[in-house]
Design a protein around this ligand. Structure first.
Ligand SMILES: *[C@@H]1O[C@H](CO)[C@@H](O)[C@H](O)[C@H]1NC(C)=O
Ligand SMILES: *[C@@H]1O[C@H](CO)[C@@H](O)[C@H](O)[C@H]1NC(C)=O
Ligand SMILES: *[C@@H]1O[C@H](CO)[C@@H](O)[C@H](O)[C@H]1NC(C)=O
Ligand SMILES: *[C@@H]1O[C@H](CO)[C@@H](O)[C@H](O)[C@H]1NC(C)=O
Ligand SMILES: *[C@@H]1O[C@H](CO)[C@@H](O)[C@H](O)[C@H]1NC(C)=O
Length: 215
């Protein structure tokens, strides 16, 4: 029997081909229909002519949520044992990026329960041929100091095969205008704030995830 981990990785690898992207329509809160399982992108499509992507990038900004990065990066690390995978960690500068929130007022107990990650590239030096770019969520997704990040996303998006956001990472994409006219979702605890960032997005309240085109 194929292990669950392998199935998840296969699903992820096939998702990254972007071929079978599907769209979940807006569903009312009182009548939620579970999506068909397995979704079409979980099929082992051996006839696909498009090789799976190998060049991945992650956006880093202060106040990122470590889980949003470490989960997908762990999957990529496993995938990287069977084929070549490049992962770039991309930020405004090469300084270590902390998951600590921007303001002391957002950390009233003065906790030190945060981690730092090291960027491998700046927005200026990031690989031009990235295929999949991922944006984490976290309190920093609401930061007013993301202008350089938003500009990078706007210039890079047309070159990507897939843009993936995790949790409130969709706020960052929304703020960059990349979700205009598209279906999207986000963490339901941040729902009101997310919807307020951009009224041109079809925010789907009853969805754990949404695929629209190559996002
Ligand atoms: C949910 O929506 C479907 C399709 O519109 C409808 O047939 C069904 O009766 C609804 N179920 C409930 C519990 O509202
Ligand atoms: C995909 O399906 C083909 C044909 O059935 C099979 O040979 C191959 O092992 C499968 N690949 C994986 C990774 O399951
Ligand atoms: C598999 O990939 C091929 C080539 O991209 C595509 O035409 C076909 O529709 C896919 N099949 C399924 C079942 O997704
Ligand atoms: C946290 O630090 C600030 C200033 O450094 C201090 O005013 C506050 O009392 C501290 N809070 C706690 C819970 O220790
Ligand atoms: C970011 O850009 C917006 C819109 O152009 C501008 O109003 C704002 O002042 C900029 N923020 C910073 C911190 O530069």
């Amino acid at each position: 029997m194929r292990s669950l981990t392998l199935q998840i990785l296969l699903a992820g690898a096939n998702l990254f081909t972007g071929i079978d992207a599907r769209l979940y329509a807006r569903q009312s809160a009182s009548n939620v229909t579970a999506p068909a399982y397995p979704p079409s992108y979980c099929t082992n499509n051996t006839t696909s002519a498009v090789p799976p992507p190998s060049k991945f990038g992650y956006i880093l900004f202060r106040g990122f949520k470590p889980l949003d990065i470490n989960g997908p990066v762990s999957a990529l690390a496993t995938l990287g044992r069977s084929r070549h995978i490049d992962l770039s960690m991309i930020a405004e500068t090469l300084e270590p990026v902390t998951s600590a929130p921007l303001l002391p007022s957002m950390n009233l107990p003065n906790s030190t329960s945060f981690v730092t990650m090291l960027p491998t590239h700046t927005f200026a030096t990031a690989p031009e041929d990235l295929e999949v770019l991922m944006i984490p969520g976290g309190s920093g997704s609401r930061s007013p100091y993301l202008n350089a990040t938003l500009t990078y996303l706007q210039t890079t998006k047309p070159k990507l095969r897939n843009l993936i956001t995790v949790c409130t990472g969709s706020l960052v994409a929304s703020r960059a205008g990349l979700l205009d006219g598209k279906y999207a979702t986000t963490n339901k605890q941040g729902w009101v704030g997310a919807v307020a960032t951009n009224s041109h997005v079809h925010w789907v309240p009853q969805a754990r995830w949404v695929v629209d085109g190559n996002i």
